[in-house]
Write a protein that binds this ligand. Structure first.
Ligand code: SF4
Ligand code: SF4
Length: 197
């Protein structure tokens, strides 16, 4: 069960066709954003690479992860007002002049089966589903959105992706809040190097 009502923009109300055209554009040039990685994403990736133990995880994190800014709006049950909390989460480090994802090889995702939720749920992120403007901004960059051909997604399926994203972020936020926003309590494998970058 999800606990939020997400507004869907008119553009998506009747569903859309979308299939990624594998141009790799959204896997590079991340100066415009970040790829967040939450617990399940990290687990999937480390399983994929058969990373074992705290040291293995720590080395993997040093190479591929960095800390990035994250935020979440939260209203305590019964409270009149909520507020936006700011804290850190894990994101990909990018590499090279073009800021490529490390896992983009020959323009293709080399970890396709283990790619993070954020990659698999595109273009049905909450901020795109609710805002026509955001959707149009991304359309300028994404061939799949320009073409709008391929697999058909109903309104319900689109909303389901956006709600799943909300729930993942909420789960992480509540865990961080419970741990007084100390990310090391959640990810003890993070090294000083990660924390200083
Ligand atoms: S994990 Fe794959 S889909 Fe996600 S940014 Fe990297 S190359 Fe792209
Ligand atoms: S920009 Fe669009 S078409 Fe290109 S890889 Fe990303 S999702 Fe696929």
């Amino acid at each position: 069960m999800t606990s939020i009502d997400i507004k869907i923009s008119k553009k998506l109300e009747n569903g859309i066709e979308f299939t990624c055209q594998m141009c790799g554009k959204c896997c590079r040039g991340f100066n415009e954003g970040e790829v967040y990685l939450y617990k399940d994403d990290i687990l999937r990736l480390t399983k994929f690479f058969r990373i074992k133990g705290k040291k293995g995880l720590s080395d993997f994190a040093d190479k591929y992860f960095k800390l990035v800014d994250d935020s979440f709006f939260w209203k305590e049950p019964g409270a009149q007002r909520g507020k936006t909390y700011h804290y850190k989460t894990i994101g990909y480090k990018f590499t090279g002049e073009d800021e490529n994802c490390h896992f983009l090889v020959n323009n293709k995702c080399s970890v396709h089966k283990a790619r993070p939720f954020q990659c698999r749920s595109f273009p049905f992120w909450q901020m795109m589903v609710s805002s026509r403007k955001n959707f149009e901004d991304y359309t300028r960059k994404c061939k799949g959105l320009q073409t709008l051909k391929g697999k058909f997604y109903t309104k319900e399926e689109i909303l389901d992706w956006a709600k799943k994203e909300y729930e993942i972020e909420k789960k992480y936020f509540l865990e961080m809040k419970k741990n007084k926003f100390n990310i090391l309590k959640i990810y003890p494998f993070l090294s000083k190097k990660n924390l200083q970058e």
